[in-house]
Ligand binder design. Sequence first.
Ligand code: GAF
Length: 422
Amino acid sequence: MSPEPGEVRELFRSCFGGAADGVWLAPGRANLMGEHTDYNEGYVLPFALGQGIVAAAARRADRRLVLCSAQEPGGPADVALDGLAPGQVTGWAAYPAGVAWALAAAGYEVPGACIAIDSDLPAGAGLSSSAALECATALALTELAGLAVDRRELAAIARRAENHFVGVPSGIMDQSASLLARRGHALLLDCRSLETSQVPFDPGASGAGLLLINTRAGHELTAGEYGRRRAECEQAARLLGVPSLRYLTDVAELDRLTDPVLRRRARHVITDDQRVLDVVALLRSAAGDVYAGIGWLLTQAHRSLRDDFEISWPQADMAVDEALAAGALGARMIGGGFGGSVLALVRADAADQVRAAVANAFARRSWTAPEFGEAAPSASARRLGLQCVLVARRMQCGYVMRRHGSRARSPNCGTRFTASPR
Ligand code: GAF
């Protein structure tokens, strides 16, 4: 999966009239466990998806960032890099522009660039398309400029773009998954120390699989509910006298909270932190039926997100119930909530049954049909290179992962457009 690099190069050519210097891919993520725990300094366990965002880019001689997107037909956005400040760019272009702003704020010299974007991540599906857009832009800009930026720092820069330029108060999970995950692994991230460890995660090898169910009920993180949950968690921590909810492990301590809503919010965070550690322990154990145990934890997490954190939505609850009734080992909503996707852990021989049960339940209620996809733990963001090999006396070319970016060649892009910031 992942979008065709050849197509984004073509898009680049049609937008800017020249050839891109390179193509960078940043994956979306699914989160196995630990929802709304990242900004509480807790644990998360996401993995990178095969689906993602590709950015074809070339340097410009001037100080402008010119952006076009296959998914946003409104014409290119043209952003002046000098004097760039939050509030100047709105809409989708605020994400890449925010990355340029955050890189400059961190002291990096950001070059002018033309960037064409393509995606096979559905927007609003809770699969972190925004972070993928930030990370693809961050890699493209830094590699075009020949800057060596550590990936942890790059994740923090991309998050700063989202928090301070776009105005979404999100945590560090999504950018970390896109930049640090490894194929066949889930990424255990301690959001207090920012320590990471790669946890082998290959359900396919045990005859299980991860089914992504896009419920097609859109979500919008800039909407107030995400920020409200974050504020409630911070208030609960304040009332309990700890710097963040991560410092609590015993739900009995929550008896000190008189507000039942704050008690429920904090209970979700404490129990989800523990579920992350439980999933990791299962994956690292040699125990027999690891996936039955993980499935059970997934379903517990969904109940916690539905009843305590109150961020689930009718289509997600239905998808989880139907998937379980049809034989899934476990299922839960993923991401920020209020719309997006459900992740179901399913044995290979039950997958068709689960898909049919969920699709039928949606059809009975005349809901927009769900979309099904595979969630395979995949590699992190990288540059894609064009490599040609001689096969049976014919030259065949294909895009492959390149370990090291090459320095940008002389650019020739962006002379055709004069669009103003959007
Ligand atoms: C969104 C945010 F961007 C993440 O930081 C995280 O809080 C997640 O919602 C919920 O776990 O994806």
